[in-house]
Design a protein around this ligand. Structure first.
Ligand code: PMP
Length: 399
């Protein structure tokens, strides 16, 4: 090798990626790809509950139908009109009045987060988030060059008093919330607090993103209106929905409901990103929607997930040491655990993997100073029996 090769400068990554490189925990979690591991780490829906026959039939319907060639063509950025009409009707039925023109179809709600970051965040802008919160949203905001500021939460989600103080102090551009069956905690913000959050943020003239991929997965209690449905939310609250948990994440379909004055900017951002979401996948989703009793399908999901949540929550007292606390979620996919004392759950994960069981250490979800004694468990992808076995292994690892 010549010395000129040695001194040649290496191409470098963009600065914005500096804070979001690989992490030791992600590297550890890569170890779970062994069949003997019972993993509570993933955030996946149960594949055996996918409506495979229905989805297969929907693609057939589209590809054999009169619009087959159109389904393989470029299409408008806003998304398939029929799909948007069906989403709008479903959201309206859930109490959030929505029309076709309020909606942009996205490639999963994850893309909606990117579009929001592109359209609303200048470098250095402040985003207020719950602590802990959804990891990939944090990455998205960090990649946009935003400064993510955690706000105190309690068992009901973001604390309005802490929010008021942070709004005043930080002058944020955006508040990001997962108010229903949150990832990672499973917590839900009650109605009164939602009203308070909408009112506070409206008063400060700050955008709010309500990320709601889990809202339909309710296993007990009565639904709470989305934040976006609250009086005063029209002008500043964006609502993100997804097919990932009610249909299948491999479709990569979600939607974004935004105030009218914001939609043109979001549409331009979407156009620059991918022109539009897959035409054929949108058409198939619309056909699936048309042919499926979605309420019955969601009820089937809820009944299976309810049993899995119960199995996990019932096994926790025997598995965890005295002094532990955990959430008992009304819906969604996650239980959030706090262990007593000065435990580091990243260390514990190493040990747990030795017992063929896995979880996600809670620090991964924290934008601030992490609480290293926390961890996230997902109950959706295993039968109640397997959950019992996995919790017994976790108990053994903890002892
Ligand atoms: N937001 C939250 C809170 C999530 O938990 C997830 C997926 N785990 C997403 C957004 C992204 O979902 P998708 O892109 O599949 O719709």
């Amino acid at each position: 090798m010549s010395s000129s090769v040695l001194t040649r400068p290496a191409p470098v990554l963009a600065q914005r990626l500096a804070g979001v490189a690989s992490s030791p925990v992600r590297d550890l979690l890569a170890l779970l790809d062994r069949p003997e591991v019972i993993s509570f780490a993933g955030g996946l829906p149960a594949p055996e509950l996918f409506d495979l026959d229905g989805v297969r039939a929907a693609y057939e319907t589209v590809l054999w139908g009169p619009a087959a060639r159109r389904a393989l063509q470029y299409a408008p950025t806003e998304g398939d009109r029929e799909l948007r009409a069906r989403v709008a009707a479903r959201m309206t039925a859930r109490g959030l009045l929505t029309t076709v023109d309020d909606l942009l179809v996205t490639s999963g709600s994850q893309q909606a987060l990117t579009l929001v970051a592109t359209a609303l965040l200048d470098p250095g802008a402040v985003v207020l988030v719950e602590d802990p919160t959804y990891l990939a949203a944090l990455q998205c905001f960090q990649l946009a060059g935003a400064r993510v500021v955690p706000v105190r939460t309690d068992e009901h989600g973001m604390d309005p008093e802490a929010l008021a103080e942070a709004l005043h102090r930080e002058r944020p551009a955006l508040v990001y919330l997962v108010p229903t069956f949150a990832n990672p905690t499973g917590r839900t913000m009650p109605a009164a607090r939602r009203a308070e959050v909408v009112e506070l943020t409206a008063r400060h003239g700050v955008w709010v993103v309500e990320d709601d991929p889990y809202g339909e997965l309710r296993y007990r209690g009565t639904p709470v209106l989305p934040l976006a449905a609250w009086p005063g939310a029209d002008e500043h609250v964006l609502h993100l929905g997804s097919f990932s948990k009610i249909a299948a994440p491999g479709l990569r379909l979600g939607w974004l409901r935004a105030p009218a004055r914001l939609l043109p900017a979001l549409t331009v951002a979407k156009q620059a990103a991918d022109l539009h979401t897959s035409t054929i996948d949108q058409a198939a989703a619309a056909a699936w929607f048309a042919a499926t009793d979605l309420d019955a399908h969601v009820a089937r999901l809820c009944s299976a997930y309810r049993r899995r949540r119960d199995a996990m929550v019932e096994a926790l007292p025997a598995a965890l040491p005295a002094g532990s606390s955990w959430t008992d979620p009304d819906g969604g996919m996650f239980v959030w655990v706090r262990l007593p004392g000065a435990v580091d759950t990243a260390e514990l994960l190493r040990h747990a993997l030795g017992h063929d069981v896995a979880f996600v250490p809670g620090a991964a979800f924290s934008p601030g100073t992490p609480d290293r004694a926390t961890l996230r468990l997902s109950f959706t992808t295993h039968t109640p029996e397997r959950i019992g076995e996995g919790m017994a292994r976790l108990g053994a690892a903890l002892r």
